[in-house]
Ligand binder design. Structure first.
Ligand SMILES: O=P(O)(O)OC[C@H]1O[C@@H](O)[C@H](O)[C@@H](O)[C@@H]1O
Length: 231
């Protein structure tokens, strides 16, 4: 059954979109990999780490033969390090909480779709009051193929009972933007991780949520729907 109450639904990425955590993820990965004599360049971070799921990241750096138990242990090690580094500085991206409040008042359905593990979602939710806004969550354990594959966003759309062309995704990473585009959704990109010129495929680029207006999102969504119907 489709949900038709509102013209569009919103899907939020977490790292780099609701919190400016990617510089700290980078630092945590550098320290973590150094213990295993692995070097991660800036290019590696952009192409094989940022926005991706830990199982994919670990396989890329430790090899495809790595066991799932090892992936779980390494993920925990890296994320504990990340949480220790990020806890003193965690805060929502500018304008996020007022924007979420406004969207909820208007009855716009919302979901979280993150490549992060559950332990990081819990960590973020204990520091920032987000849990009430996100009854619908899709995380790394809920998908077979992580971003840039569209599965995570299509799953979030199914939870919201909205067709992809009526979903608007907030993202920051290359892999995330690719995934949202592949899902046939409208993509609003935040410039936390990349500058506007570095990212292709954004329907709208914003610096933070103080720039996000429901009127503009409405326009973007109806444009996408028109394009989808004309195909
Ligand atoms: O999908 P999101 O919310 O951007 O999460 C991605 C992040 O998930 C983390 O768990 C990874 O360790 C990060 O490297 C990655 O960037």
């Amino acid at each position: 059954m489709k949900n038709n109450a509102q013209p569009f639904a919103l899907i939020f990425d977490m790292d780099g979109t609701m919190i400016d955590s990617n510089p700290t993820h980078k630092e945590a990965f550098e320290r973590f990999f150094a213990q295993y004599d692995i070097e991660m360049t800036d290019e590696d971070f952009i192409n094989y780490v940022s926005g991706r799921m830990n199982p994919d990241i670990m396989k890329h750096f430790f090899g495809d033969a790595i066991s799932s138990q090892k992936i779980t242990a390494l993920t925990r090690e890296k994320e504990l390090l990340f949480q220790e580094l990020f806890a003193p500085k965690i805060k929502p991206i500018k304008g996020l909480l007022p924007f979420l409040k406004k969207a909820r008042e208007k009855g716009i359905p919302m979901a979280l779709a993150t490549s992060a593990p559950k332990m990081n979602i819990e960590f973020v939710f204990t520091h920032i009051p987000l849990s009430d806004y996100f009854p619908h969550i899709v995380h790394d354990r809920n998908v077979k193929k992580g971003k840039p594959a569209p599965e995570i966003f299509l799953k979030a759309a199914r939870k919201l009972r909205y067709p992809p062309e009526r979903c608007i995704v907030f993202e920051d990473s290359k892999a995330g933007v690719e995934a949202a585009q592949a899902a046939g959704m409208t993509v609003v990109v935040l410039t936390t991780t990349h500058s506007a010129g570095e990212l292709e495929g954004a329907d709208w680029v914003i610096n933070d949520f103080s720039e996000a207006t429901i009127t503009k999102l409405n326009k973007l969504a109806s444009l996408k729907e028109k394009i989808a119907f004309s195909k």
